[in-house]
Each structure stands twice: as C-alpha cells, then as structure tokens.
Design a protein around this ligand. Structure first.
Ligand code: IMP
Ligand code: MG
Length: 179
C-alpha cells in the first residue's frame, strides 16, 4: 500500500496541528450552542473523529452517507443518499464535516437537501479544498488545507475504497490508476 504513494502532502503532525486549530475556532464560534456535527461518510470519518475531540463543548454527532464517485476519480454529478441522518435537524445549529470539496456538486446537493429540513444554521467544515475544480459556488466556513488539482488519499480518504488507513495525506503514483 505504501509503495503506491507518490508524495506525502500532509504528515500526521501537520494534520494534527490543523485539526486542533479548526477545533479551537469552532469551539469559539459556537460557544454556548449545542450543535449537531454531521460527518459525510465515509471519507470524513477519521477527520470527524479527531475534530470532535478538539471541540470543547457539547456536541451531538450524526452521519450521512452520500455517494457520487463510484470507482472513478471524477464526480459523476449523480448523488445518492445511502444512509440518512438519525436525528431531526429542524431548528438546530448544524456543522457539516467533509473530507474534500472538489467540484462542489456533492455538497451543493447535500446543502439543498438539509436546508429543506429547516435547521437554524448550517456551517461547513472541510479538511481539504480543491478550489480550482469548483463547478458551483459554495461558502465554506472552515477549510483545513487548500490543495491543487491532484487526486489524493489517506486519513480516511480513498481511491476505489482503499488507502483510507494511511495516517497521512498523499498523492498516488499514476500507475495505480491504470491497474
Ligand atoms: P465533489 O462532488 O466533486 O465536490 O466531490 C466530493 C467528494 O468526492 C469528496 O467529499 C470526496 O469524497 C471525493 N473526492 C474528491 N476529490 C477526491 C480526491 O482527490 N481523492 C479522493 N476522493 C475525492
Ligand atoms: Mg466525501
């Protein structure tokens, strides 16, 4: 698995520092509120697990599973809810936690869907952002790292369901995609 890595973009240490910084900002901004943190499965799972431990206030955690990718590296634009939220978000402050915003199509769909359930507020926190690839405009409140247009894996993020368990964020060798 590690042989497939081309370059490590963010080390475990770098990610840890960033997650702490985001947790502090979120704790400050939402101080006194009781938020629902919504992880977008599966990619945001590891990020969310680390992030909530750096949020110093009461939170409820929920997950939603949407898919738009299949096994290719391009967003299909077709979004399907595989697992919906367990809780009602009506009149609640919610914070969506994403792994990567790429074209933005997945999140746009998700936002429209969640808005229709009438939450009090919606915040968005993403670990990674690929601004060059954006096809729709989305206001993102918290961004870990901006990255160039390159396909990455690790720290929960996959290629064809693999590499999620790499502890760092890395790019893959081109030959991996032609296997
Ligand atoms: P979007 O709809 O194009 O914004 O894509 C959103 C989702 O595609 C992300 O939440 C990821 O799950 C996945 N994705 C986008 N870029 C990458 C990447 O570089 N590596 C792995 N998954 C990615
Ligand atoms: Mg995702």
């Amino acid at each position: 698995m590690k042989n497939d890595v081309k370059e490590i973009l963010f080390s475990e240490e770098k990610i840890k520092e960033k997650v702490e910084e985001l947790g502090k900002r979120i704790s400050k901004d939402y101080s006194g509120k009781d938020i629902i943190v919504i992880g977008v499965l599966k990619g945001a799972n590891i990020f969310l697990s680390d992030l909530i431990r750096k949020i110093d206030m009461s939170v409820t955690v929920d997950f939603i599973d949407v898919s738009s990718y299949g096994h290719s590296t391009e967003s299909s634009g077709v979004v399907k809810i595989n697992k919906d939220l367990d809780f009602s978000i009506e009149d609640r402050d919610i914070l969506i936690v994403e792994d990567i915003i790429d074209s933005g199509l997945t999140l746009k769909y998700l936002l429209e869907n969640l808005k229709s359930r009438k939450p009090k507020s919606i915040g968005i926190c993403t670990l990674l952002d690929k601004p060059e690839r954006r096809k729709v405009n989305i206001d993102v409140n918290y961004i870990g790292f901006k990255i160039p247009d390159e396909f990455i894996v690790g720290y929960g993020i996959d290629y064809a369901e693999k590499y999620r368990n790499l502890p760092y964020i890395a790019s893959l060798k081109p030959e991996v995609y032609s296997k």
